[in-house]
Structure formats: structure tokens, C-alpha cells
Design a protein around this ligand. Structure first.
Ligand code: ATR
Length: 272
């Protein structure tokens, strides 16, 4: 019988994970079965345990269950602990092990696929929710000159800064960004999901080389449109991150790292 994996989330009908992992399995000649499970708000934990008891070896976790998956795990990586969220689980020796590959997937997409290393760069991260929690540790490890985190709710930003006291990490109100310049700006807020624009000062993208929108498949979001209008050379959405975090999980589960370029190209929807 094939080794079994699954993604669980709610809703799950738009997930690309079975396609991505199917392509990885083909490319690396691995036999596995990867399915999608609609999560049950009341019974998520029972669903995970059932999947394991039926022989499942690992799962991807998507909204809104990342926190509950982390709490269910017996062991977790440092980045999952900082994110307080798991996007991948492995069932091993009777234990549930939690990982969070969202941040490292985003970093790999920016540094390798988009060829914009963070080292010595001025980086602006918008938001202070789950997506930012996942990105902070890998971003800081990449050695930016400074990493500025802007959020509307400053209490949330302050909590994050206190949890991860790092000399290169600074928190800021949006209005304080006026007159500052950044090489790389990542919109990790959920504003684009409702067609909104984070309250960025007009001039802040003037020197930006890469504007990265975490949301995938929404085309030119208000943030990307603003970046385009301000002449930002490179615009990206979250397709590369989606594929890169999947590749990290695949390598963790299977011990083989799949190539990502062809899969990213296949899933890319032109922005304009
Ligand atoms: P996720 O897990 O996707 O990061 P979340 O934890 O709900 O989602 O966090 C959403 C983030 O998007 C928050 O940082 C939120 O900002 P506040 O903490 O100030 O509320 C941010 N956000 C949502 N809508 C926004 C908007 N229109 N402008 C700016 N930030 C927004």
C-alpha cells in the first residue's frame, strides 16, 4: 500500500497541496497517496488521530487549524514554537512532531527563486499575525541590515518583539514609516483577502526592489498595484512560497528534496 499523507483545513476545496505533492512524488519516483480532508471545527484533533491510526505518516495543516495542530503535537521545532503554529506534522515512533515551514518557504522563494538575498538589506514586514510569526526567525537568521515590522495594533507587534528580542528587529507604526526606504517589502497582513490596502505612507516603496504579497492567486492586489505605481521592479505573489514550503515538508517526510521550478511555473497565474 502507498504511504499516506493529507492536508487538512476548512475550507479545503481550493487547496493545491495534493497537486503539488503529487508532482513532487512523480518527479522523485516516490509512491505516496496525498489527499485533502475538510476539517471539522469541533473534531479536528480526532480527525488527525484517526488519520494517523489509519496509517497516515504526515499531514499539512492549513487555516484555521495551525494553532490547534501545534498544541496537539508532542514535540515541535523552534520555529513552530515561535510561530505557535504548525503547518506540517509527522507521525513517528508514536509521537506527533510539529514543524512550521511557512517562513522558510517564503525566505527560499525570495532568496533563491527571486534572487533577492536578505543579507544586509532593509526589510519591511507588514502585519503581526500568524504569517509574520512564522517568518520572523528565518528572516532574522538571513542577516538583514534591519527588519522592521509594522502593524496597526502595536500591542501585538510589541508582544512579538518581546518574545524575540533581536538587535536587528524593530517595530513601527505605519505612520512612522514616512520617509523611510526598504529594499524588500512583504505584505503578510490579511488585508488583501478583503481587497484592502495596509495604511502605508505614499512614498515608502520608492526605493523598493521587491514587493511580495503573501496571498496567492488574487492577481494585482491593492498592495501590488501600489508597488507597481511606485515603480517597484519586481512584484511577486505567494505561489513560490506555497511550493517551497511544500518542498520542505516533502523533504522532511521523505528524505528527498524535490525541485520546485517546474511546479512553480505550472501554478503561476500572471499578476496582471
Ligand atoms: P494570519 O494568521 O493570516 O497572519 P491574523 O493572525 O488574523 O492572520 O493576522 C492578520 C494580520 O493582518 C494582522 O497583523 C492584522 O493587523 P492588526 O493586528 O493591526 O489587526 C493585519 N491586517 C488585517 N487587515 C488589515 C488592513 N486592512 N490593514 C493593515 N493590516 C491588516
Amino acid at each position: 500500500m502507498n504511504d499516506r499523507y493529507a492536508v487538512i483545513g476548512r475550507p479545503i476545496n481550493h487547496t493545491k497541496s495534493p497537486l503539488i505533492h503529487g508532482l513532487f512524488a512523480q518527479a522523485t519516483s516516490q509512491s505516496l497517496l496525498y489527499s485533502a480532508i475538510e476539517g471539522d471545527l469541533a473534531g479536528f484533533e480526532a480527525q488527525v488521530l484517526r488519520f494517523r491510526s489509519e496509517g497516515g505518516l504526515g499531514m499539512n495543516i492549513t487555516a484555521p487549524f495551525k494553532l490547534r495542530a501545534f498544541e496537539l503535537a508532542d514535540q515541535s521545532s523552534e520555529r513552530a514554537q515561535l510561530a505557535r503554529a504548525a503547518n506540517a506534522l509527522k507521525f513517528e515512533d508514536g509521537q506527533i512532531v510539529a514543524e512550521n515551514f511557512d517562513g522558510i518557504g517564503l525566505l527560499r522563494d525570495i532568496e533563491e527563486n527571486l534572487a533577492e538575498p536578505l543579507a544586509n538589506r532593509r526589510v519591511l514586514l507588514l502585519g503581526a499575525g500568524g504569517a509574520v510569526r512564522g517568518a520572523l526567525l528565518p528572516f532574522l537568521q538571513a542577516g538583514p541590515r534591519e527588519l522592521v515590522l509594522a502593524n496597526r495594533d502595536m500591542a501585538k507587534a510589541l508582544t512579538l518583539r518581546n518574545e524575540l528580542d533581536h538587535p536587528r528587529l524593530r517595530i513601527s507604526r505605519y505612520e512612522e514609516l514616512q520617509g523611510q526606504a526598504f529594499d524588500i517589502v512583504v505584505n503578510a497582513t490579511s488585508a488583501s483577502l478583503s481587497g484592502e490596502l495596509p495604511p502605508l505612507p505614499d512614498d515608502v516603496l520608492g526605493e523598493t526592489r521587491l514587493a511580495y504579497e503573501l496571498v496567492y492567486g488574487k492577481g494585482l492586489t491593492p498592495f501590488l498595484r501600489m508597488a507597481q505605481e511606485q515603480g517597484v521592479a519586481r512584484l511577486a505573489d505567494g505561489v513560490g512560497m506555497l511550493v517551497e514550503q511544500a518542498a520542505e515538508a516533502f523533504a522532511w517526510w521523505r528524505g528527498v528534496r524535490p525541485a520546485t521550478r517546474a511546479v512553480i511555473d505550472r501554478l503561476t497565474i500572471p499578476l496582471a
